[in-house]
Design a protein around this ligand. Sequence first.
Ligand SMILES: [Zn+2]
Ligand SMILES: [Zn+2]
Length: 124
Amino acid sequence: MEKENCTICLYPITNPICIDCYLREVYAWLLDNEVNKIHRDFIIDKIRNILSFETLNEGKCIICGRVGLNICTYCFFSMTERLLKEINFSKKLIENFNETFNFKRDEESQIVRTNLVVSYEKAN
Ligand SMILES: [Zn+2]
Ligand SMILES: [Zn+2]
């Protein structure tokens, strides 16, 4: 099957995961770091608003099976990181965020690597 492309950066989506599944991971991270409920809900709502585009993609999320992936791992986490900075999360928390999800783009192959998928694969 041909890989579909991210709506934002236009690179192929190498980790087929939907926004809701990403958001669940971010929410768990916020809980782990004792971010209060008002901030948690604000962040999740805000990310969902920014990143929920209409898409014609037909790829399926490997976690929940939902159809219609529209964004790559890199764009999701870098956008979330930017939002956390904007609302003045401490440097320590931002570092923790980056270590937890460890998202980065392999510049040669354009593949995004992240701890998120590694832990998903382990669980299965
Ligand atoms: Zn992207
Ligand atoms: Zn999903």
